[in-house]
Design a binder for this molecule. Structure first.
Ligand SMILES: Cc1cc2nc3c(=O)[nH]c(=O)nc-3n(C[C@H](O)[C@H](O)[C@H](O)COP(=O)(O)OP(=O)(O)OC[C@H]3O[C@@H](n4cnc5c(N)ncnc54)[C@H](O)[C@@H]3O)c2cc1C
Length: 415
């Protein structure tokens, strides 16, 4: 059933009891042409684009928990495309352009809100860097501009403008197309659309090992039985190294906890997404009125998916330094996800030492914004056995060949 006004009215009158399940809950088949491990945004988008772009529908997405229960449902929902190198700019801007039409493509309201992404500039060095970045972006055809302190204060009336604030604001980098998207809706929208096109979405199905024939993966051992397979796509974020270890090779990925928190809901007070690399906080206000905040990742590697008090303290201190009025707010929730950090803060896409296993990982602290592109590019590799020309720069072999795409600065807050 389509999500349109007529159906909404019809269901409203009927007490909303007639909506069908958004996707099926099939039993795993004994064999699939393609199996995707990981039911986060990247895995689900891969299944959707495999069907839509390449007509491949004999596909299963295996998720060990519930779809979107990993980082896709734990992130702070920010999207933007202000990455510096031409190969990154093209890829992240492809993602943003796909997001701009995604609600219509999927027939699912993803609540895209392009309210503007502001990176505050606190000193002369940051100003120089931001100017440099804006010029690079414009050369790459991506929007981005520097605005002065008066305009920043107009846009952020609650900003700390004491006579002598510790972190003076000299201006900001602004990407107007940046903003937020409802994260669950991205997972649910891709899941529903992929299911409609024929893909099986199988939850509570953990991949526990691989059976090899010669150098190829012949089958996956899962908590719901053995599944034979032609090709395997892997999009498991912070657990990428765990899975590739089972497949017999190592990735240059370390897994860290990244935390976020949300306040009680209040009336609208922040119209933009704001990041202050100097103080180490980023904030946006949700449609419900809560303030969502995050900061740097935990410095030590870990699979413990939980928050810590020192991070709450650090993020809250930075937020109050920027916006003193927030000191009145109470925190409501605090959580963490396990993110996959690569040495150059760029993703790893495509072929692996196992000929029929292809990966999508290394998005680290910023892969929500990239989901449409990550799925699109992995589906191309799975369907054609070749990387899409936009993905060639992000192959695993770049670490051996010293072709890094160092986007450390684009992470926003230095991680
Ligand atoms: C607190 C926080 C804030 C963030 N904020 C932003 C932001 O504002 N903007 C942004 O762009 N990015 C942000 N990110 C990063 C972003 O969330 C991730 O890069 C992105 O969601 C990764 O998507 P994914 O589909 O690759 O991974 P996930 O959504 O983590 O999905 C991977 C899935 O694989 C499953 N899995 C793992 N092992 C197995 C197995 N053995 N068998 C089967 N399934 C398995 C997991 O259960 C999980 O559901 C943030 C991350 C966190 C944690």
């Amino acid at each position: 059933m389509n999500y349109n006004l007529a159906n909404l009215l019809r269901q409203g009158v009927a007490g909303h009891r007639g909506w069908p399940a958004a996707w099926r809950a099939p039993e795993p088949k004994p064999r699939y042409e393609v199996v995707i491990i990981g039911g986060g945004g990247h895995g689900l988008a891969t299944a959707y684009y495999l069907a839509r772009e390449h007509g491949i529908t004999d596909v299963a997405v295996l998720e060990k928990g519930w779809i979107g229960g990993g980082n896709t449902g734990r992130n702070t929902t920010n999207v933007r495309s202000d990455y510096m190198f031409p190969e990154s700019a093209r890829m992240y801007d492809l993602a943003l352009r796909l997001y701009e039409g995604l609600g219509r493509d999927l027939d699912f309201n993803i609540m895209l809100s392009q309210r503007g992404w502001l990176t505050l500039i606190h000193d002369q060095h940051q100003l120089e860097t931001a100017r440099h970045k804006a010029n690079w972006l414009n050369c790459n055809g991506v929007d981005g501009e520097i605005i002065g302190p008066e305009r920043v204060r107009e846009m952020l009336p609650l900003l700390n403008v004491d006579d002598d604030p510790r972190f003076d604001v000299k201006g900001a980098f602004l990407q107007k197309r940046g903003g937020t998207i409802r994260h669950d809706a991205v997972a649910w929208g891709y899941a529903r659309a992929a299911d409609r096109l024929g893909a099986d979405i199988i939850q509570n199905c953990a991949v526990e090992g691989f059976d090899f024939e010669d150098d190829h993966i012949a089958a996956l051992r899962t908590s719901r039985g053995r599944i034979e397979v032609g090709r395997v796509g892997m999009a498991v974020a912070g657990h990428s190294s765990v899975l590739t270890e089972m497949a017999g090779f190592r990735l240059p990925i370390t897994s860290h906890c990244l935390q976020a928190m949300v306040s009680e809901p209040v009336r609208p007070l922040l119209d933009h997404v704001v990041i202050s690399p100097g103080t180490g906080v980023y904030i946006n206000q949700t449609q419900k009125g809560e303030l969502v905040m995050g900061g740097v990742l935990d410095r030590y590697s870990s699979y413990g998916q939980r928050g810590t008090f020192p991070t709450i303290e650090k993020v809250a201190t930075a937020a109050v330094e920027m916006f003193p009025a927030l000191s009145e707010l109470r925190l409501m929730r605090h959580w963490a996800g396990i993110v996959d950090i690569s040495p150059d803060s760029s993703p790893i896409l495509g072929a692996t030492p196992v000929p029929n296993l292809f990966i999508n990982c290394g998005w680290g602290t910023g892969g929500f914004k990239a989901i449409p592109a990550g799925g699109f590019l992995l589906s191309h590799q799975l369907a054609t056995d070749r990387p899409h020309e936009m993905a060639t720069a992000f192959g695993l072999d770049r670490f051996r060949e010293n072709r890094l795409v160092d986007e450390g600065a684009a992470a926003g807050i230095a991680h």
